[in-house]
Each structure stands twice: as structure tokens, then as C-alpha cells.
Design a protein. Structure first.
Length: 255
């Protein structure tokens, strides 16, 4: 199964790129973040014409997640259980024998802000849910935009990020239920930027040459933001990485 992730940073703007890429690569599943569309406005027909089913959880202007898949999704979940939150950041669905969880984790703004407290509470609830999901769905894929840099190699300038929102403590989600981040660039590539990362059981993604995406606006240097997935021991692997897709205005898809 080919599973991809893409922070599209407004599907309304990026739709032609997404459709062209889907038609060319034909993944089984594409998880998107920052769609910035209500469910009513989601362009379902455009994806249907390419043979894809749609599950989405959106809102206007901000946030929003969506999964398009060649098999029809079932057991759809659109929010963290037992966590009251109007922001649309979570979408889970069973697809072709695996359970796909698409996340757009809160940024947190700054460690001394209410938004950071919200981020920590959000992650704590996610941690509990992930452990339950792993018991229920051995074939679990977690991917998306986590807004967390777990190690120094994940940012362009580690010293500049000490105590900042993407590298502050705690970041316990990455230890949840034995998961760990899967990277698409080797450690020696620090400073060239990170691409979105997607985790599957036992996968290790090969390097992709060249800058992967534009800098996060809060960083001012390549590689300040992290899009990742979680990797667990097991079986399965990934195909070849994608080449950077031109003129997206945001991150590039990762397969």
C-alpha cells in the first residue's frame, strides 16, 4: 500500500497541484493537513473523478484535515476522544486493512502562552488515544504535521531553538506506545530542510536530495518546521521518495 502525506496549506489554492500529483503517482491513500475548507466546500467531485473516496474534517480559514483513498474509508473519527476542541485537527479512518490517523498538531505559539498549554493538553490526550488505538488496530499508520522537532538534527540551528515552541519539553508524544519518528533525510543533511515524513511499521525512508520545503515563517532559516510520521517495529516498507513538486507554496508530498 502506498500512503502519502501533504500539508497543502489551503487546498483551495493547491487543488490543481494535488490532483495532478495524484493522477501521476496514484497512491492508495493521501492524508492532507491545513486544508482550510469546510466539509461543505470540499471538492469531492474532483477527487471522485480520479477514483478516490473522501473523508474530511474542516473549518474555514484555518486547520482542516482530509484523507482521500482508493478504498472507501470506514470507522471514521474526526476528533480526539474525550477532548472538547472546536479546531479540526484529527481524522482517523480504516482503509484497506490499516487504520490511518491524520494529524495537524497545534503549533503552540510560545512556551509561555495559553496556546502552548492547549498544545500540551492536546498531546496528552492524543498519547492516551494512541495507546488504545495500538491495542485495537495493530496496522496503525500515524502521519501528518506534528509541529515538534524531537532532536537537534531536526532544526537548522539547534542553539537558536533551545526552549522554543517546537523543541521545548515535554514532547512525550514521540515516545507514545513505542513509536519513533521516521525521517526522509539523513542526519548529515541538517540545514537542507526536512520534508514531510510518514511512518509505517519497520520503514526507513531513503534520502531525497535538495531542499525539501520552504522555511517555517517563525524560523527564518531552512528546516525549522517538522512534518513527520510515527514508525513502529514490524513489517512493511516504503517505495522511492518523491521529487520536490514545483510551485506548491508550501511543503511537498511525502510517500
Amino acid at each position: 500500500m502506498k500512503i502519502a502525506s501533504w500539508n497543502v496549506n489551503s487546498l483551495r489554492v493547491r487543488l490543481p497541484h494535488v490532483l495532478k500529483w495524484l493522477d501521476s503517482v496514484r497512491p492508495d491513500v493521501l492524508a492532507m493537513q491545513e486544508t482550510k475548507l469546510t466539509d461543505k466546500d470540499f471538492p469531492r467531485d474532483a477527487f471522485k473523478e480520479l477514483g478516490y473516496h473522501v473523508a474530511c474534517a474542516g473549518q474555514p480559514t484555518y486547520n482542516g484535515v482530509a484523507i482521500v483513498s482508493r478504498d472507501e474509508p470506514t470507522d471514521i473519527v474526526t476528533a480526539l476522544p474525550d477532548f472538547e476542541d472546536p479546531q479540526k485537527r484529527v481524522l482517523g479512518a480504516r482503509i484497506g486493512g490499516v487504520y490511518v490517523l491524520d494529524l495537524y498538531v497545534p503549533n503552540g505559539q510560545s512556551p509561555d502562552s495559553d496556546k502552548y498549554r492547549y498544545k500540551l493538553d492536546w498531546l496528552a490526550q492524543l498519547d492516551l488515544w494512541l495507546k488504545a488505538l495500538l491495542r485495537e488496530h495493530p496496522g496503525l499508520v500515524v502521519l501528518g504535521d506534528f509541529n515538534i522537532a524531537p532532536e537537534d538534527r531536526d532544526v537548522h540551528d539547534p542553539a537558536a531553538w533551545v526552549g522554543q515552541v517546537l523543541v521545548s519539553e515535554p514532547a512525550g508524544i514521540l515516545e507514545a506506545a513505542g513509536t519513533r519518528p521516521a525521517r526522509q533525510l539523513p542526519p548529515a543533511s541538517r540545514g537542507r530542510g526536512l520534508v514531510q515524513l510518514v511512518g509505517l511499521p519497520g520503514c526507513r525512508l531513503p534520502p531525497q536530495p535538495g531542499p525539501a520545503h520552504r522555511p517555517h515563517p517563525a524560523v527564518g532559516a531552512p528546516g525549522g518546521t517538522l512534518r513527520l510520521g510515527l514508525d513502529r517495529p514490524g513489517a512493511a516498507g516504503l517505495g522511492a521518495p518523491l521529487r520536490p513538486y514545483p510551485r506548491t507554496g508550501g511543503t511537498h508530498p511525502a510517500l
